[in-house]
Design a protein around this ligand. Structure first.
Ligand code: DCP
Ligand code: MG
Length: 497
């Protein structure tokens, strides 16, 4: 089949745009800006703040400087030295995610979360009238509801297949909605970069480019045989089929899913063994986050490796019982990657958990470890910061208190705020709340007994009864609203007077 700009609707696509894809905008960074009034409209980078740290995400203001997810934080600091560099607060992101998923659950019994901030919804299964006008109205209402409930914006794509719905939400970003009218799919898709097709990472795109293929239409025109020759049988055939719109993958509710997996394609092939191991650990943590968000656990850990020549292999290990413990999944994935020769280069890595059950047979030790992990998430070690999503699993009772930028604190006298920076025995705190005006900065000794770790405050709905004393309005003398005292590359912050 040739895909041309004039041909109409394509096979494997519904006749009405009843598949909805939602993706929150700059999720972690937007949540931080909503929580911290002094950072609104400013560049914010969330991720590992230690020397080996990696960016989880950047606010749109920081993206202007070229900062991107998965970039080394050290590089981000060079590109955008004035951004606020913050440690992730997963408790908050999980709370927001649950609220969003709850709203999606009202639309349809078929909701398929892909990560904390992203999901497919089958509106047809939810009884929405299968017309463009009706689904558009549902999408617009959803965006309003999300804003009202969470204070954040999400972008919505509506189309007749999962692939198209996801492309639509990406095109709609930030803070938009795009509906792909049935019949216009191939016209819209054809001129787009081949990169929009799922499975086309930087290396595949480069291989295609060398063969003169840069757009989706050109993938279709090249034909299946040529793609198989270029990329191997499975990858080539899969890509051809996606690019020609053959995507009838159903929306699968998480409770019916047989597996949860995450994968990353790299800008350049990874050859360094340590880096491969680090990426596998990171993917294992992300996979467990999704598993936990769905309240599931699984017995079999799977890794996926696509090598420089596009050969793709998987390895799996079945555990004695189901788990949702990040440490257990990380260790199994680490054992599995040891069995794969990656010396010639790796383009893609993935970690998944299959054999899902609805409950975990955790023993008491695992329970305790989970509680410790929650505590650790609030006071992460800078060495762990290289894996921003690591929740860790070791008990933390004896650790000295550490004040990482972005974390919540409470002061006996000044109320609630967040750590702006710390170093040389001092910690700088900005006292402000999601509902307050930008607050004032104060500096304390790190062991000040009046200062203790706090909990994330709700982003909306608590404006009537702020838990601390009212924030003082920021004064010009602060001079810091745009330039918070930021940690240096070592993860230790400078201190403002
Ligand atoms: N994330 C991460 N590491 C990555 C990619 C993402 O930790 N390599 C986290 C941080 C993001 C969140 O997952 O905020 C959602 O990922 P998205 O890809 O949806 O990115 P954003 O929501 O940040 O931005 P966008 O507006 O482009 O969706
Ligand atoms: Mg997002």
């Amino acid at each position: 089949m040739r895909l041309s700009v004039v041909c109409g609707s394509i096979k494997g696509v519904r006749g009405a745009p009843t598949i909805l894809h939602l993706d929150m905008d700059a999720f972690y960074a937007s949540a931080e800006q909503a929580a911290k009034p002094s950072l609104r409209g400013k560049p914010v980078v969330v991720g590992g703040i230690g020397p080996r740290g990696v960016v989880a995400t950047a606010s749109y203001e920081a993206r202007v400087f070229g900062v991107r997810s998965a970039m080394a934080t050290a590089q981000a600091r060079r590109l955008c030295p004035n951004a606020a560099y913050l440690t992730p607060r997963f408790t908050l992101y999980r709370q927001v995610s649950e609220a969003v998923m709850e709203l999606l659950g009202r639309l349809s019994p078929l909701v398929e979360p892909l990560s904390l901030d992203e999901a497919f919804v089958d509106l047809e299964a939810g009884g929405v009238e299968p017309t463009s006008a009706a689904v558009r109205a549902v999408g617009e209402q959803l965006r309003r509801d999300i804003r009202a409930v969470t204070g954040l914006s999400g972008s919505v794509g509506l189309a007749g297949s999962k692939m198209l719905a996801k492309i639509a939400s990406e095109e709609a970003k930030p803070d938009g909605l795009l509906l792909i009218e049935p019949g216009t799919e191939s016209g819209l898709l054809g001129p787009m970069s081949a990169r929009v097709i799922p499975g086309v990472g930087p290396a595949t795109a480069e291989a295609l480019r060398r063969a003169g293929i840069t757009t989706v239409a050109e993938i279709g025109e090249a034909g299946e045989a040529e793609l198989v020759r270029l990329l191997g049988k499975a990858h080539g055939a899969g890509l051809y089929s996606m690019a020609t719109g053959h995507d009838d993958r159903p929306v699968v509710a998480e409770r019916d899913a047989k597996s949860v997996s995450v994968e990353d394609t790299f800008e350049e092939d990874l050859t360094d063994r340590t880096r491969v191991q680090l990426e596998i650990a990171r993917l294992a943590d992300r996979c467990v986050q999704r598993l936990r968000a769905a309240g599931r656990s699984g017995r079999t850990v799977v890794i996926k490796v696509r090598r420089y020549d596009f050969s793709t292999l998987t390895r799996s290990e079945t555990l004695r019982g189901p788990t949702d413990d990040p440490g257990v999944v990380r260790e199994a994935a680490a054992r599995l990657i040891e069995t794969v020769d990656t010396t010639a280069g790796v383009r893609l890595l993935g970690v998944g958990v299959t054999g899902l059950a609805d409950y975990t047979q955790e023993d008491l030790f695992a329970q305790a470890a989970n509680e410790a992990a929650e505590a650790l998430a609030r006071t992460p070690d800078p060495e762990d910061a290289a894996a921003p999503e690591a929740t860790g699993a070791e008990p933390v009772a004896e650790r000295p208190r550490r004040w990482f930028p972005g974390l919540d604190v409470r002061h006996r006298e000044y109320g609630t705020g967040w750590v702006q920076g710390s170093g040389v025995g001092r910690v700088t705190v900005r006292f402000e709340q999601p509902w307050s005006a930008p607050g004032r900065v104060r500096t304390f000794a790190v062991d000040d007994p009046a200062l203790e770790p706090g909990e994330p405050l709700p982003l909306v709905g608590a404006g009537d009864q702020p838990p601390g004393p009212p924030a003082e309005p920021s004064s010009p003398e602060d001079g810091e609203a745009g330039e918070p005292a930021l940690p240096g590359p070592s993860g230790v912050g400078s201190v403002s007077p």
